[in-house]
Design a protein around this ligand. Structure first.
Ligand SMILES: Cc1cc2nc3c(=O)[nH]c(=O)nc-3n(C[C@H](O)[C@H](O)[C@H](O)COP(=O)(O)OP(=O)(O)OC[C@H]3O[C@@H](n4cnc5c(N)ncnc54)[C@H](O)[C@@H]3O)c2cc1C
Length: 365
Protein backbone atom coordinates (compact mmCIF):
# COMPACT_ATOMS: atom_id res chain seq x y z
CA UNK A 1 0.00 0.00 0.00
CA UNK A 2 1.76 3.03 -1.26
CA UNK A 3 0.42 6.20 0.27
CA UNK A 4 -2.26 7.70 2.37
CA UNK A 5 -4.23 8.87 -0.65
CA UNK A 6 -5.97 5.58 0.17
CA UNK A 7 -6.65 4.35 -3.33
CA UNK A 8 -3.26 3.30 -4.65
CA UNK A 9 -1.23 0.15 -4.41
CA UNK A 10 2.33 -0.33 -5.61
CA UNK A 11 3.13 -3.63 -7.29
CA UNK A 12 6.85 -3.61 -8.02
CA UNK A 13 7.27 -0.38 -10.02
CA UNK A 14 3.66 0.00 -11.06
CA UNK A 15 1.16 2.13 -9.16
CA UNK A 16 -2.36 0.74 -9.47
CA UNK A 17 -5.50 2.62 -8.46
CA UNK A 18 -8.42 0.89 -6.83
CA UNK A 19 -11.92 1.72 -5.71
CA UNK A 20 -12.02 -1.20 -3.32
CA UNK A 21 -9.19 -3.48 -2.22
CA UNK A 22 -8.91 -6.60 -0.07
CA UNK A 23 -5.93 -7.70 2.00
CA UNK A 24 -5.69 -11.51 1.66
CA UNK A 25 -2.05 -12.17 2.41
CA UNK A 26 -2.65 -15.17 4.66
CA UNK A 27 -0.45 -16.31 7.51
CA UNK A 28 2.89 -18.00 7.98
CA UNK A 29 4.29 -20.44 10.48
CA UNK A 30 4.87 -18.65 13.78
CA UNK A 31 8.59 -18.45 14.57
CA UNK A 32 9.59 -20.17 17.82
CA UNK A 33 11.36 -18.01 20.40
CA UNK A 34 13.66 -20.85 21.43
CA UNK A 35 17.38 -20.10 21.87
CA UNK A 36 19.50 -21.81 19.21
CA UNK A 37 16.59 -22.71 16.95
CA UNK A 38 17.47 -20.27 14.16
CA UNK A 39 21.13 -21.43 14.14
CA UNK A 40 20.28 -25.14 14.16
CA UNK A 41 17.49 -24.80 11.61
CA UNK A 42 14.01 -26.31 11.62
CA UNK A 43 11.17 -27.30 9.36
CA UNK A 44 7.79 -25.59 9.27
CA UNK A 45 4.55 -26.44 7.54
CA UNK A 46 5.85 -24.41 4.59
CA UNK A 47 9.26 -26.07 4.18
CA UNK A 48 8.15 -29.56 5.19
CA UNK A 49 6.78 -30.40 1.78
CA UNK A 50 10.17 -29.81 0.14
CA UNK A 51 11.90 -32.48 2.24
CA UNK A 52 13.30 -35.20 -0.03
CA UNK A 53 14.66 -37.63 2.57
CA UNK A 54 12.89 -39.15 5.52
CA UNK A 55 14.44 -37.94 8.77
CA UNK A 56 15.12 -41.09 10.84
CA UNK A 57 14.43 -39.20 14.08
CA UNK A 58 11.99 -36.29 14.06
CA UNK A 59 10.98 -33.97 16.88
CA UNK A 60 7.62 -32.29 16.31
CA UNK A 61 7.00 -29.26 18.51
CA UNK A 62 3.33 -28.49 19.09
CA UNK A 63 0.47 -30.98 19.48
CA UNK A 64 -2.17 -28.91 17.71
CA UNK A 65 -3.76 -30.06 14.43
CA UNK A 66 -0.67 -29.54 12.24
CA UNK A 67 1.70 -31.16 14.76
CA UNK A 68 -0.65 -34.11 15.29
CA UNK A 69 -1.24 -34.69 11.58
CA UNK A 70 2.43 -34.45 10.68
CA UNK A 71 3.64 -36.55 13.63
CA UNK A 72 1.32 -39.39 12.67
CA UNK A 73 2.20 -39.09 8.99
CA UNK A 74 5.95 -39.20 9.56
CA UNK A 75 5.63 -42.04 12.06
CA UNK A 76 3.77 -44.01 9.40
CA UNK A 77 6.46 -43.15 6.86
CA UNK A 78 8.94 -44.73 9.25
CA UNK A 79 10.48 -41.85 11.22
CA UNK A 80 10.94 -42.23 14.96
CA UNK A 81 8.74 -39.30 15.99
CA UNK A 82 8.67 -37.51 19.33
CA UNK A 83 5.89 -35.00 19.78
CA UNK A 84 6.52 -32.27 22.37
CA UNK A 85 3.76 -30.08 23.74
CA UNK A 86 3.76 -27.43 26.45
CA UNK A 87 0.18 -28.33 27.47
CA UNK A 88 -0.76 -31.62 29.08
CA UNK A 89 -2.25 -33.40 26.09
CA UNK A 90 -2.68 -33.83 22.36
CA UNK A 91 -5.10 -31.51 20.50
CA UNK A 92 -5.66 -29.37 23.61
CA UNK A 93 -8.60 -27.50 22.09
CA UNK A 94 -10.62 -30.67 21.48
CA UNK A 95 -12.55 -32.69 24.06
CA UNK A 96 -10.26 -34.78 26.26
CA UNK A 97 -11.75 -38.12 25.18
CA UNK A 98 -11.40 -37.13 21.52
CA UNK A 99 -7.70 -36.42 21.89
CA UNK A 100 -7.23 -39.56 24.02
CA UNK A 101 -8.57 -41.71 21.17
CA UNK A 102 -6.26 -40.08 18.63
CA UNK A 103 -3.31 -40.29 21.00
CA UNK A 104 -3.89 -44.01 21.55
CA UNK A 105 -3.78 -44.58 17.78
CA UNK A 106 -0.64 -42.46 17.44
CA UNK A 107 1.05 -44.47 20.19
CA UNK A 108 0.25 -47.58 18.12
CA UNK A 109 1.84 -45.80 15.16
CA UNK A 110 5.00 -45.39 17.23
CA UNK A 111 4.77 -41.69 18.18
CA UNK A 112 6.27 -40.84 21.55
CA UNK A 113 4.74 -37.97 23.52
CA UNK A 114 6.35 -35.53 25.90
CA UNK A 115 3.72 -33.28 27.48
CA UNK A 116 4.11 -30.31 29.82
CA UNK A 117 7.41 -29.75 28.03
CA UNK A 118 9.30 -26.47 28.07
CA UNK A 119 11.99 -26.37 25.43
CA UNK A 120 14.94 -24.54 26.91
CA UNK A 121 17.32 -24.44 23.94
CA UNK A 122 18.42 -26.28 20.86
CA UNK A 123 21.96 -26.99 19.72
CA UNK A 124 23.77 -28.83 16.95
CA UNK A 125 26.19 -31.65 17.79
CA UNK A 126 27.73 -32.93 14.60
CA UNK A 127 24.78 -33.72 12.35
CA UNK A 128 22.51 -34.26 15.36
CA UNK A 129 20.08 -31.69 16.69
CA UNK A 130 19.78 -31.68 20.46
CA UNK A 131 16.56 -30.43 22.03
CA UNK A 132 17.07 -29.48 25.67
CA UNK A 133 13.78 -29.46 27.55
CA UNK A 134 12.22 -29.63 30.97
CA UNK A 135 9.16 -31.57 31.94
CA UNK A 136 7.78 -31.85 35.46
CA UNK A 137 10.91 -30.05 36.75
CA UNK A 138 13.17 -32.65 35.20
CA UNK A 139 15.76 -31.55 32.64
CA UNK A 140 16.37 -33.85 29.69
CA UNK A 141 17.56 -33.83 26.10
CA UNK A 142 16.29 -35.37 22.92
CA UNK A 143 18.59 -36.18 20.01
CA UNK A 144 17.02 -35.99 16.57
CA UNK A 145 17.87 -35.44 12.92
CA UNK A 146 15.17 -32.88 12.20
CA UNK A 147 12.81 -30.59 14.07
CA UNK A 148 9.37 -29.61 12.81
CA UNK A 149 7.75 -26.62 14.46
CA UNK A 150 3.95 -26.42 14.47
CA UNK A 151 3.19 -23.85 17.14
CA UNK A 152 0.63 -21.78 15.29
CA UNK A 153 0.40 -19.32 12.46
CA UNK A 154 1.12 -15.60 12.39
CA UNK A 155 -0.70 -13.23 10.00
CA UNK A 156 1.27 -11.69 7.12
CA UNK A 157 0.85 -8.01 7.95
CA UNK A 158 4.40 -6.71 7.87
CA UNK A 159 5.91 -4.87 4.92
CA UNK A 160 2.63 -4.13 3.20
CA UNK A 161 2.53 -0.45 4.16
CA UNK A 162 -0.87 -0.90 5.81
CA UNK A 163 -0.10 1.95 8.17
CA UNK A 164 0.25 4.27 5.15
CA UNK A 165 -3.38 3.72 4.25
CA UNK A 166 -4.76 3.76 7.77
CA UNK A 167 -5.44 0.03 7.97
CA UNK A 168 -5.14 -0.97 11.61
CA UNK A 169 -3.53 -4.26 12.55
CA UNK A 170 -1.72 -5.96 15.39
CA UNK A 171 -0.04 -9.28 16.11
CA UNK A 172 -3.30 -11.15 15.62
CA UNK A 173 -3.89 -9.64 12.20
CA UNK A 174 -5.72 -6.92 10.30
CA UNK A 175 -8.59 -5.55 12.31
CA UNK A 176 -11.95 -5.95 10.58
CA UNK A 177 -15.58 -5.51 11.51
CA UNK A 178 -18.30 -8.14 10.99
CA UNK A 179 -18.58 -6.99 7.38
CA UNK A 180 -14.83 -7.56 6.94
CA UNK A 181 -14.17 -3.87 6.41
CA UNK A 182 -10.90 -2.55 7.81
CA UNK A 183 -10.40 0.84 9.44
CA UNK A 184 -10.08 2.20 5.87
CA UNK A 185 -13.62 2.02 4.38
CA UNK A 186 -12.24 1.23 0.92
CA UNK A 187 -10.17 -1.71 2.09
CA UNK A 188 -11.44 -5.10 3.20
CA UNK A 189 -9.60 -8.17 4.44
CA UNK A 190 -10.32 -11.89 4.30
CA UNK A 191 -8.77 -15.17 5.33
CA UNK A 192 -5.94 -16.02 7.67
CA UNK A 193 -4.67 -12.44 7.76
CA UNK A 194 -7.66 -11.26 9.78
CA UNK A 195 -9.55 -14.23 11.21
CA UNK A 196 -8.88 -16.55 14.12
CA UNK A 197 -10.35 -19.59 12.33
CA UNK A 198 -7.56 -20.21 9.85
CA UNK A 199 -9.05 -22.66 7.35
CA UNK A 200 -9.37 -22.83 3.59
CA UNK A 201 -13.14 -23.04 3.81
CA UNK A 202 -13.43 -19.98 6.08
CA UNK A 203 -11.13 -18.00 3.76
CA UNK A 204 -13.45 -18.98 0.91
CA UNK A 205 -16.58 -17.96 2.86
CA UNK A 206 -14.95 -14.65 3.77
CA UNK A 207 -14.01 -13.99 0.15
CA UNK A 208 -17.70 -14.31 -0.70
CA UNK A 209 -18.57 -11.86 2.10
CA UNK A 210 -16.03 -9.34 0.80
CA UNK A 211 -17.34 -9.63 -2.76
CA UNK A 212 -20.92 -9.14 -1.60
CA UNK A 213 -20.09 -6.20 0.64
CA UNK A 214 -17.46 -4.43 -1.44
CA UNK A 215 -18.77 -4.85 -4.99
CA UNK A 216 -22.57 -5.13 -4.76
CA UNK A 217 -24.64 -1.98 -4.05
CA UNK A 218 -26.46 -1.86 -0.70
CA UNK A 219 -29.45 0.47 -1.01
CA UNK A 220 -30.54 1.88 2.38
CA UNK A 221 -27.60 0.03 3.95
CA UNK A 222 -29.31 -3.34 3.45
CA UNK A 223 -27.96 -6.69 2.29
CA UNK A 224 -24.54 -6.74 3.90
CA UNK A 225 -23.06 -10.18 4.63
CA UNK A 226 -21.53 -10.69 8.07
CA UNK A 227 -19.04 -13.06 9.62
CA UNK A 228 -21.20 -13.66 12.69
CA UNK A 229 -23.65 -15.58 10.51
CA UNK A 230 -21.00 -18.16 9.62
CA UNK A 231 -21.25 -21.64 11.08
CA UNK A 232 -17.69 -22.93 10.86
CA UNK A 233 -16.81 -26.61 11.01
CA UNK A 234 -13.25 -27.90 11.12
CA UNK A 235 -11.44 -31.19 11.07
CA UNK A 236 -8.08 -32.54 12.15
CA UNK A 237 -6.98 -35.12 9.60
CA UNK A 238 -5.37 -37.66 11.86
CA UNK A 239 -6.57 -41.24 11.89
CA UNK A 240 -9.18 -41.23 13.28
CA UNK A 241 -10.24 -37.71 12.30
CA UNK A 242 -11.64 -35.23 14.80
CA UNK A 243 -14.28 -32.89 13.40
CA UNK A 244 -16.14 -30.17 15.24
CA UNK A 245 -18.72 -27.44 14.68
CA UNK A 246 -20.17 -24.83 17.02
CA UNK A 247 -19.63 -24.70 20.76
CA UNK A 248 -17.81 -27.02 23.10
CA UNK A 249 -19.42 -27.71 26.47
CA UNK A 250 -17.00 -25.31 28.19
CA UNK A 251 -17.79 -22.50 25.70
CA UNK A 252 -21.49 -22.93 26.36
CA UNK A 253 -20.95 -22.79 30.12
CA UNK A 254 -18.82 -19.64 29.75
CA UNK A 255 -21.71 -18.02 27.85
CA UNK A 256 -24.16 -19.00 30.54
CA UNK A 257 -25.99 -21.42 28.25
CA UNK A 258 -27.46 -24.51 29.85
CA UNK A 259 -26.70 -27.50 27.66
CA UNK A 260 -27.49 -31.18 27.55
CA UNK A 261 -24.77 -33.34 26.06
CA UNK A 262 -25.29 -36.69 24.35
CA UNK A 263 -22.59 -39.06 23.12
CA UNK A 264 -22.92 -42.23 21.07
CA UNK A 265 -19.94 -44.50 20.59
CA UNK A 266 -18.97 -45.97 17.24
CA UNK A 267 -18.50 -49.42 18.75
CA UNK A 268 -22.30 -49.67 18.77
CA UNK A 269 -22.61 -48.83 15.07
CA UNK A 270 -22.69 -51.89 12.81
CA UNK A 271 -20.78 -50.39 9.89
CA UNK A 272 -17.98 -49.15 12.14
CA UNK A 273 -17.73 -52.68 13.58
CA UNK A 274 -17.62 -54.15 10.07
CA UNK A 275 -14.95 -51.63 9.03
CA UNK A 276 -12.91 -52.26 12.17
CA UNK A 277 -13.09 -48.52 12.90
CA UNK A 278 -14.82 -48.46 16.24
CA UNK A 279 -12.59 -45.91 17.97
CA UNK A 280 -14.71 -42.81 18.06
CA UNK A 281 -18.04 -41.22 18.82
CA UNK A 282 -20.54 -38.55 17.88
CA UNK A 283 -21.37 -35.93 20.52
CA UNK A 284 -23.94 -33.19 20.50
CA UNK A 285 -24.53 -30.25 22.79
CA UNK A 286 -28.16 -29.18 22.82
CA UNK A 287 -29.72 -26.09 24.36
CA UNK A 288 -31.44 -27.46 27.45
CA UNK A 289 -35.11 -28.22 26.99
CA UNK A 290 -34.98 -27.71 23.22
CA UNK A 291 -33.75 -29.61 20.16
CA UNK A 292 -31.42 -26.76 19.17
CA UNK A 293 -27.90 -27.99 18.37
CA UNK A 294 -25.23 -25.70 19.83
CA UNK A 295 -22.23 -27.80 18.91
CA UNK A 296 -21.09 -31.23 17.82
CA UNK A 297 -17.91 -33.29 17.76
CA UNK A 298 -17.32 -36.44 15.74
CA UNK A 299 -14.32 -38.73 16.13
CA UNK A 300 -14.34 -41.26 13.29
CA UNK A 301 -12.32 -42.43 10.32
CA UNK A 302 -14.17 -39.95 8.10
CA UNK A 303 -15.42 -37.45 10.67
CA UNK A 304 -14.71 -34.57 8.29
CA UNK A 305 -17.22 -36.03 5.82
CA UNK A 306 -19.84 -36.52 8.54
CA UNK A 307 -19.75 -33.19 10.40
CA UNK A 308 -21.56 -31.33 7.60
CA UNK A 309 -24.85 -32.98 8.56
CA UNK A 310 -24.73 -31.05 11.84
CA UNK A 311 -23.47 -27.90 10.10
CA UNK A 312 -26.42 -27.85 7.70
CA UNK A 313 -28.88 -28.26 10.57
CA UNK A 314 -27.24 -25.49 12.58
CA UNK A 315 -27.02 -23.13 9.62
CA UNK A 316 -30.63 -23.71 8.62
CA UNK A 317 -31.88 -23.36 12.21
CA UNK A 318 -33.18 -26.91 12.28
CA UNK A 319 -32.81 -29.11 15.31
CA UNK A 320 -32.61 -32.71 16.37
CA UNK A 321 -36.26 -33.40 15.55
CA UNK A 322 -35.30 -33.12 11.89
CA UNK A 323 -32.47 -35.57 12.46
CA UNK A 324 -34.52 -38.15 14.34
CA UNK A 325 -37.10 -38.16 11.54
CA UNK A 326 -34.48 -38.45 8.79
CA UNK A 327 -33.75 -41.93 7.44
CA UNK A 328 -30.06 -42.83 7.29
CA UNK A 329 -28.93 -45.70 5.09
CA UNK A 330 -27.87 -48.91 6.85
CA UNK A 331 -25.07 -49.86 7.30
CA UNK A 332 -23.14 -46.58 7.34
CA UNK A 333 -20.90 -45.01 9.94
CA UNK A 334 -22.97 -41.83 9.60
CA UNK A 335 -25.77 -43.71 11.37
CA UNK A 336 -23.99 -42.64 14.55
CA UNK A 337 -25.43 -39.18 13.90
CA UNK A 338 -28.98 -40.48 13.89
CA UNK A 339 -28.24 -42.64 16.93
CA UNK A 340 -26.93 -39.74 18.99
CA UNK A 341 -30.05 -37.78 18.04
CA UNK A 342 -32.16 -40.75 19.15
CA UNK A 343 -30.29 -40.70 22.48
CA UNK A 344 -31.51 -37.12 22.91
CA UNK A 345 -35.08 -38.16 22.03
CA UNK A 346 -35.06 -41.11 24.43
CA UNK A 347 -33.89 -38.86 27.25
CA UNK A 348 -37.00 -36.74 26.76
CA UNK A 349 -39.42 -39.60 27.30
CA UNK A 350 -41.47 -39.11 30.46
CA UNK A 351 -41.77 -41.98 32.94
CA UNK A 352 -45.31 -42.73 31.78
CA UNK A 353 -44.17 -42.78 28.13
CA UNK A 354 -41.39 -45.19 29.10
CA UNK A 355 -43.90 -47.42 30.93
CA UNK A 356 -46.24 -47.49 27.93
CA UNK A 357 -43.32 -48.42 25.66
CA UNK A 358 -42.17 -51.17 28.05
CA UNK A 359 -45.69 -52.64 28.11
CA UNK A 360 -45.91 -52.40 24.32
CA UNK A 361 -42.61 -54.27 23.85
CA UNK A 362 -43.65 -56.93 26.41
CA UNK A 363 -46.99 -57.38 24.65
CA UNK A 364 -45.45 -57.68 21.16
CA UNK A 365 -42.98 -60.42 22.20
C1 LIG B 1 0.25 -27.45 6.92
C2 LIG B 1 -1.10 -26.81 6.80
C3 LIG B 1 -2.19 -27.63 6.66
C4 LIG B 1 -3.45 -27.06 6.53
N1 LIG B 1 -4.49 -27.88 6.37
C5 LIG B 1 -5.71 -27.37 6.22
C6 LIG B 1 -6.81 -28.20 6.03
O1 LIG B 1 -6.67 -29.41 5.99
N2 LIG B 1 -8.03 -27.65 5.87
C7 LIG B 1 -8.21 -26.30 5.92
O2 LIG B 1 -9.33 -25.85 5.79
N3 LIG B 1 -7.18 -25.46 6.11
C8 LIG B 1 -5.93 -25.97 6.26
N4 LIG B 1 -4.88 -25.14 6.44
C9 LIG B 1 -5.13 -23.69 6.51
C10 LIG B 1 -5.31 -23.10 5.13
O3 LIG B 1 -4.19 -23.40 4.33
C11 LIG B 1 -5.45 -21.58 5.24
O4 LIG B 1 -6.44 -21.28 6.19
C12 LIG B 1 -5.86 -20.94 3.94
O5 LIG B 1 -4.89 -21.18 2.95
C13 LIG B 1 -6.02 -19.44 4.13
O6 LIG B 1 -6.26 -18.84 2.90
P1 LIG B 1 -5.77 -17.33 2.66
O7 LIG B 1 -6.20 -17.01 1.28
O8 LIG B 1 -6.20 -16.46 3.77
O9 LIG B 1 -4.19 -17.38 2.76
P2 LIG B 1 -3.13 -18.18 1.89
O10 LIG B 1 -3.70 -19.41 1.31
O11 LIG B 1 -1.92 -18.29 2.76
O12 LIG B 1 -2.83 -17.20 0.69
C14 LIG B 1 -2.19 -15.98 0.89
C15 LIG B 1 -1.33 -15.68 -0.34
O13 LIG B 1 -0.87 -14.33 -0.28
C16 LIG B 1 0.48 -14.31 -0.67
N5 LIG B 1 1.12 -13.11 -0.13
C17 LIG B 1 1.53 -12.90 1.14
N6 LIG B 1 2.08 -11.67 1.25
C18 LIG B 1 2.01 -11.09 0.04
C19 LIG B 1 2.41 -9.84 -0.49
N7 LIG B 1 3.00 -8.92 0.25
N8 LIG B 1 2.17 -9.60 -1.79
C20 LIG B 1 1.59 -10.50 -2.57
N9 LIG B 1 1.19 -11.72 -2.13
C21 LIG B 1 1.40 -12.01 -0.84
C22 LIG B 1 1.04 -15.60 -0.13
O14 LIG B 1 2.23 -15.96 -0.81
C23 LIG B 1 -0.11 -16.56 -0.42
O15 LIG B 1 -0.02 -17.12 -1.69
C24 LIG B 1 -3.62 -25.67 6.57
C25 LIG B 1 -2.52 -24.85 6.71
C26 LIG B 1 -1.27 -25.41 6.85
C27 LIG B 1 -0.11 -24.50 7.02
Amino acid sequence: MKDASRDRIQVEDAILRFKKAAVCTGAQAAAPAIPGMQEVGYLTNETLFSVTELPPRLCVIGAGPIGAEMAQTFARFGSRVTLMEKMGRLLPREDLDASTIVQAQMVKDGVQFIFDATIVRVEARGSDKIVHYETHRRAAELVVDEILVGIGRAPNVEGLGLENVNVEYDGSGVKVNQRLRTSNPQIYAAGDVCFPFKFTHTADAMAQIVIQNALIPHPFGLGYARTDSLVIPWCTYTEPEVAHVGLYEANAAARGLEVETFTYNLDEVDRAILDGQTDGFARIHVKKGTDKILGATIVAAHAGEMISEFTVLMKSGRGLKTLTSTIHPYPTQAEVIKKVANAWRKARFTESQKNILKKWFAWTR
